[in-house]
Design a protein around this ligand. Structure first.
Ligand code: FES
Length: 173
């Protein structure tokens, strides 16, 4: 059988193979393998699909189907900051849908995409435990409450210039 494994993926091959070997005896091994690969690389490099398929005796299409089913998994590297917009009930009741549209328009990207300057990747999230201050946006470990388009514009400027210290968010509330 012809192998689709990318030869330029050499260094990473070892890591992916180790992850596969460590998990393949588990029942439902695919998900822990995908989680570990994404944890290591920050995303799932496309050449890893061939290795996983080979290791688990499945087709690449099956692996790809699982990756596309879960919004959590990414096939592209992320930008410097991951901005998560809360789509939970409390946030929706406080206007997160309009906020989501405004943020997508400001950044010029949709969910799972990254800005051209590589500073921000946008993702949805479902409750970040800050319902009392909805609508919420999360950047890394920081949660920003009572977010609106104007505050987000200031925040994204800071993220784009890398000037912000995420330990001390300037527009937290
Ligand atoms: S629903 Fe958004 S923080 Fe809880």
């Amino acid at each position: 059988m012809k192998s689709n494994i990318d030869p330029s993926f050499d260094g990473a091959n070892k890591v992916v193979s180790m992850i596969i070997d460590r998990n393949k005896h588990l029942s439902g091994a695919l998900l822990p393998i995908l989680h570990d690969i994404q944890h290591h690389f920050g995303y799932i490099p496309k050449p890893a699909l061939a290795l996983i398929a080979q290791g688990l005796h499945q087709s690449e299409a099956e692996i790809y189907g699982v990756i596309s089913f879960y919004a959590h998994f990414r096939l592209q590297p992320t930008g410097k900051h991951i901005v998560e917009i809360c789509r939970g009930e409390a946030c929706q009741a406080m206007g997160s849908t309009q906020l989501e549209h405004a943020i997508k328009k400001q950044l010029g990207i949709d969910y799972q995409q990254t800005t051209q300057d590589n500073s921000i990747t946008l993702e949805p999230v479902y409750c970040v435990g800050n319902c009392a201050c909805a609508p919420s946006v999360k950047v890394g470990d920081n949660v920003y409450g009572r977010m609106n388009a104007e505050k987000f514009s200031r925040l994204s400027d800071q993220l784009s210039s890398y000037a912000i210290s995420l330990d001390e968010p300037l527009v937290k509330e």
